[in-house]
Design a protein around this ligand. Structure first.
Ligand SMILES: Nc1ncnc2c1ncn2[C@@H]1O[C@H](COP(=O)(O)OP(=O)(O)O)[C@@H](O)[C@H]1O
Ligand SMILES: [Mg+2]
Length: 273
């Protein structure tokens, strides 16, 4: 399934490149995902986006979670337009790229409860990502996918080489992450992994090593790499700021969790392409 989606999506991307003269956009794409919901994907996406903008990058976030599109809450917007208005041809790309209150940080909002089946087989969802990249206006585009491994999430993963998965140490979250590793190992070269709600860096490292050993035992592709890139502790400040439509990395600059997220960003900036 992933193979079929991947090859169709990359054909589209190739076609786009040909039409546009094969120039290379400066925009880098990072897709943020998780097997399980509620692990902190959207919180990470919004705060990573903010910290990247503070480091001088122009950043766009695409809320691709159709189950629970809440990026507008975290970025304190009440959008009248969403990515579906672009997909349905009602609005131009410029019209759906919304300015946030944060300098150099833009949002393409999602919409909860959208029926994927209405649009399936057309790859228009991942096409919006390619169109934003082709604008050549942003340094980095972050895509927040929904949880699970449905066709919709697979489509977004298929067009990205920089994939960051968020997990907790919860057995069910780890089972889901392993399913993700198994699927990605067929087509991709690498998955970056970070742990949320995890105080100790070392615990994350130990668990990642077990996942790698399991992958070896199950003979997943040896060319596929799982790279542990950091952990974020549980912090009451994170949940409180989220509820108040604020960003913890802006409000609590000196918090452990903010510093931990900066370590993750240091890795991302050195390793994404
Ligand atoms: N490290 C953390 N400490 C405390 N609360 C957190 C932390 N990470 C996430 N949360 C809270 O957990 C809830 C789910 O996070 P969210 O980012 O929406 O998850 P997802 O996007 O994966 O479904 C939110 O209420 C958020 O504020
Ligand atoms: Mg979310």
């Amino acid at each position: 399934m992933f193979d079929a989606i991947s090859s169709q999506a990359s054909k589209l991307v190739n076609l786009t490149n040909k039409v546009r003269g094969n120039y290379k956009s400066k925009t880098k794409l990072v897709t943020i995902t998780s097997g399980k919901g509620g692990v902190g994907k959207s919180t990470f996406t919004a705060n990573i986006a903010f910290l990247l903008s503070k480091r001088g990058f122009k950043v766009a976030v695409i809320d691709a979670d159709i189950g629970l599109a809440n990026m507008q809450v975290l970025l304190n917007l009440k959008p009248k337009v969403t990515l579906f208005d672009y997909i349905d041809g009602m609005k131009s790309l410029d019209e759906v790229i919304l300015k946030t209150d944060y300098e150099d940080l833009y949002l393409i909002a999602g919409k909860s409860g959208f029926q994927y089946s209405n649009h399936s087989n057309s790859f228009i969802f991942s096409r919006i990502v390619q169109d934003v990249i082709d604008l050549n206006k942003f340094d980095i585009v972050l895509v927040d996918t929904g949880a699970g491994l449905n066709d919709y999430v697979k489509e977004f993963l298929s067009i990205s080489d920089n994939i960051l998965a968020i997990t907790t140490t919860d057995p069910s979250a780890l089972t889901d992450v392993y399913s993700l590793i198994k699927m990605l190992s067929n087509d991709k070269s690498k998955l970056m992994l970070c742990f949320n709600h995890t105080k100790s860096y070392q615990i994350g490292n130990t668990i990642v090593n077990s996942l790698i050993n399991l992958a070896k035992k199950n003979r997943l592709s040896e060319d596929f790499m799982v790279k542990y890139i950091g952990n974020v502790s549980t912090s009451a400040n994170i949940s409180t700021t989220g509820r108040l439509r604020k960003l913890f990395t802006k409000e609590f600059v000196q918090d452990d969790s903010t510093r931990q997220l900066q370590v993750i960003i240091d890795y991302l900036l050195k390793n994404i392409h």
